[in-house]
Design a protein around this ligand. Structure first.
Ligand SMILES: Nc1ncnc2c1ncn2[C@@H]1O[C@H](COP(=O)(O)OP(=O)(O)OP(=O)(O)O)[C@@H](O)[C@H]1O
Length: 90
């Protein structure tokens, strides 16, 4: 994956968090990170890089990629939040 400068910053923050969790699972606060930007600015690319990272580390099962719409899900190889949470139409 090639990432531009801003994408790399975001990606490294996530890498740093993963390293912290790996070192001290119990004492690390949750990372809540918002990645904003107009359509086509490369947000999905970051998700792809994170998915590749988890796969490379042998922990793909620890990553759940979700989106609110089916269209968005298709772009990021994820599942809808409804599906992930087991919500039905009723
Ligand atoms: N670092 C990069 N190098 C080369 N191409 C890139 C890079 N980042 C993104 N792209 C390409 O730019 C296009 C838009 O990227 P991406 O789909 O990640 O944007 P997005 O912000 O998720 O868009 P949207 O909000 O519309 O879903 C894609 O074709 C993607 O492959």
């Amino acid at each position: 994956f090639t990432l531009n400068r801003k994408q790399s910053i975001v990606f490294r923050l996530i890498c740093r968090q993963l390293d912290r969790v790996h070192r001290d699972e119990s004492g690390v606060p949750q990372l809540c990170q918002f990645i904003g930007g107009e359509g086509g600015t490369g947000k999905s690319r970051i998700i792809g890089a994170v998915a590749a990272l988890f796969a490379r580390k042998g922990i793909p099962h620890r990553l759940l990629v979700t989106a609110t719409s089916g269209t968005a899900v298709a772009n990021i190889d994820g599942v809808t939040i409804h599906s992930a949470c087991g919500f039905s139409k009723d």
